[in-house]
Design a protein around this ligand. Structure first.
Ligand SMILES: NC(=O)C1=CN([C@@H]2O[C@H](COP(=O)(O)OP(=O)(O)OC[C@H]3O[C@@H](n4cnc5c(N)ncnc54)[C@H](OP(=O)(O)O)[C@@H]3O)[C@@H](O)[C@H]2O)[C@@H](O)CC1
Ligand SMILES: [K+]
Length: 515
């Protein structure tokens, strides 16, 4: 799903209004009806107090229009107009008049002496600011946001939590409404997925307001949300007359004394992701544990007992996953530098391979085109330097990707794969996956996909998706705390199967037999 910037949303609005030959308030009415339906389905006329906080722009207009529908269905509402500006939008005014025609008199809030009481049993509709927020709110509006946040009431945000900018970071962390649920129009907003602002967007849902499909299809975006719909077309089916050679040979290089398990995890997940053959290259101390733990995997060893000192092999792999459990001993650093000078095989680099690159910037120019790097936040910082905020991080990541022609997989709650100018935001996975070895499994999966013929970018996007789905499947049986990296590997097969599962149909009511 495409993620639009605020500017693109306004363009989409304008385009849709012209093409469908509707008035702008009709779009607002579509929004209002859907928000009302969402509430009504859940509340079923319950006598709960609903307090609507509405700004004076179109976000406020949405709120005011929802109030009208709620009142028409007998809900106990209180409408508060947060009067932060004189510049009221036309559609806000139109909907305000419609309220007045129904003898609903809103309460105008002009400063912090006019706040209403909010009880934790109330429902708050947050329609103060939408995508039009372009500067920090006034101090009294911030106080109101704080009052809402400390009320413990259930907060439903219209389009996005008020105070979140659509395309830039938040400076004052108090100046944002914390929403329990967001009903966002047509496209989710980038800020829902970034660590600094995602905390304000616990749960979100998209409301389809009928933005023109052609506009959506033809508009290029900087970020895309990746779910099953996006990855399914990239899946390469298995051929009937295939043999193990058809699906490539992957080499996993890593390990040092005490960290052989990381290579076991990566090699095993590489195999389970579908690589035809997998060879592991480790220091000597890894030979016996590797051969006994995973019989399907071939093993090559370095001449050193405890860490890797040379990367030399006679085989010709299709892809190399490198860095898990590697360590950063001087000889290992030198070995990587020498290897990169000659290597032409596609690479997936993780963990200490990334740390070694950060320590030896000169190595970067020897990376083959479209090398995949899978850093966690600290490793990313070593590569890119410190960033000011999440947006700065993404800007730096894109510049890095362009400079070295590499695919950067920025791991996090919503892993973002960056290539060139674009970011792909993953939607699968859960907090149980923040566990030892989880990253090694991801490296193995991406390497295994490239071995089978997936391009580097597709392998990274699909690999991250599959890794997250494995986590979502595993957590059903194990819960967050007991989820382990090995369990992720065990669920990988089901993650593939899940790609082809149809959504469950509602149960059919059997027809009663005629008497
Ligand atoms: N296609 C869609 O998605 C549809 C979207 N719709 C809805 O429209 C919403 C966007 O509405 P909007 O453009 O009127 O902006 P909104 O957020 O209400 O702000 C109002 C004004 O406040 C101002 N302002 C900004 N910052 C400020 C500050 N700190 N303190 C004081 N004032 C400040 C600024 O005006 P300025 O003063 O800069 O001229 C701004 O224009 C969108 O989120 C969705 O809910 C639907 O109705 C229809 C379909
Ligand atoms: K809002």
């Amino acid at each position: 799903m495409k993620i639009f910037s605020a500017k693109q949303i306004y363009q989409a609005d304008k385009y849709t209004i012209e093409k469908q030959q509707i008035k702008s308030d009709e779009l607002m009415e579509r929004v209002a009806i859907q928000i009302f339906n969402w509430l009504h389905l859940r509340l079923q006329g319950a006598p709960v107090k609903i307090q609507l906080f509405c700004g004076i722009g179109n976000n406020g207009g949405d709120g005011v229009a929802v109030a009208r529908h709620l009142q028409e269905h007998g809900y106990a509402i209180e409408v508060h107009i947060v009067n932060y500006s004189e510049k009221r939008s036309d559609d806000f005014l139109l909907n305000l008049n419609r309220l007045k025609e129904r003898k609903i008199w809103p309460n105008f809030i002009n400063n912090d002496s006019e706040f209403p009481e909010i009880s934790k049993e109330d429902i708050v509709i947050d329609a103060i600011f939408g995508i039009g927020l372009n500067r920090n709110p006034d101090a009294w509006v911030v106080k109101l946001m704080q009052k809402i946040n400390t009320s413990e009431a259930f907060v439903l945000a219209v389009d996005l939590p008020s105070g979140l900018f659509t395309d830039k970071p938040v400076k004052n962390k108090d100046a944002v409404v914390k929403a329990n649920h967001i009903l966002s129009f047509q496209t989710p907003k980038l800020v829902f997925f970034l660590p600094e602002t995602g905390v304000y967007a616990n749960q979100w849902e998209i409301i389809d307001i009928g933005i023109d499909a052609e506009f959506i299809a033809n508009t290029e975006v900087d970020y895309e949300l990746i779910s099953k719909l996006e990855v399914l077309p990239t899946y390469i089916p298995r051929e009937k007359f295939a043999h193990k050679g058809t699906y490539g040979h992957a080499l996993i290089i890593g390990g040092s004394y005490g960290k052989i398990g990381a290579v076991q995890l990566a090699s095993k997940s590489c195999l389970r992701a579908g690589s035809g053959l997998v060879t592991a290259y480790l220091p000597k101390c890894g030979y016996v544990p590797m051969q006994t733990a995973v019989p399907e995997i071939m093993v090559l060893t370095d001449e050193h007992e405890e860490f890797i000192t040379k990367i030399k092999f006679e085989i010709t792999p299709d892809v190399i996953g490198l860095g898990i459990g590697l360590g950063t001993a001087n000889e290992t650093q030198k070995a990587l530098g020498n290897f990169l000078k000659k290597n032409k095989t596609p690479l997936v680099l993780d963990a200490d391979a990334i740390n070694i690159l950060a320590l030896n910037e000169a190595f970067l120019k020897n990376l083959p085109a479209q090398t995949v790097l899978t850093p966690h936040p600290k490793e990313l910082e070593r590569l890119l330097g410190k960033w000011k905020d999440d947006f700065d991080k993404l800007k730096k990541a894109k510049a890095f990707s362009k400079k070295y022609d590499c695919v950067l997989v920025i791991k996090g709650a919503h892993t973002i794969t960056v290539y060139d100018n674009k970011g792909y935001i993953n939607t699968t996975g859960n907090p149980g996956m923040a566990t030892a070895g989880s990253g090694d499994v991801l490296t193995g999966i991406i390497t295994g996909l490239i071995a089978q013929g997936y391009g580097a970018l597709k392998a990274a996007i699909f690999g991250v998706y599959l890794h997250g789905t494995s986590g979502d499947i595993a957590v059903e049986k194990l819960g967050y705390q007991a989820l382990t990296a090995s369990a992720l590997i065990d669920s990988l097969g089901n993650a593939y199967i899940d790609l082809f599962k149809q959504p469950e149909q509602p149960p059919q009511v059997e027809e009663q037999e005629q008497q």
